[in-house]
Design a protein. Structure first.
Length: 65
């Protein structure tokens, strides 16, 4: 059984989606500018983690509708 999200929960998930989308966009843009390999690796991991979080959050929203 799938439970519906309360309105405030839906809004919070959307807020997190917006933040994670921003993280992915900024991280991807910064990857092209960064020369330090350690920093580049950190950014790549952050983009990958944020992308996975976006997928999970979108699944949560779809299931709860």
């Amino acid at each position: 059984m799938t439970k519906k999200l309360a309105m405030h929960e839906t809004l919070e998930v959307h807020e997190i989606l917006t933040l994670k989308t921003s993280c992915v966009m900024k991280g991807t843009a910064m990857l092209e500018l960064v020369e330090d390999e350690k920093l580049k690796k950190i950014l790549e991991e952050d983009v990958e983690t944020s992308t996975k979080a976006l997928d999970e959050l979108q699944k949560i929203l779809k299931k709860a509708q």
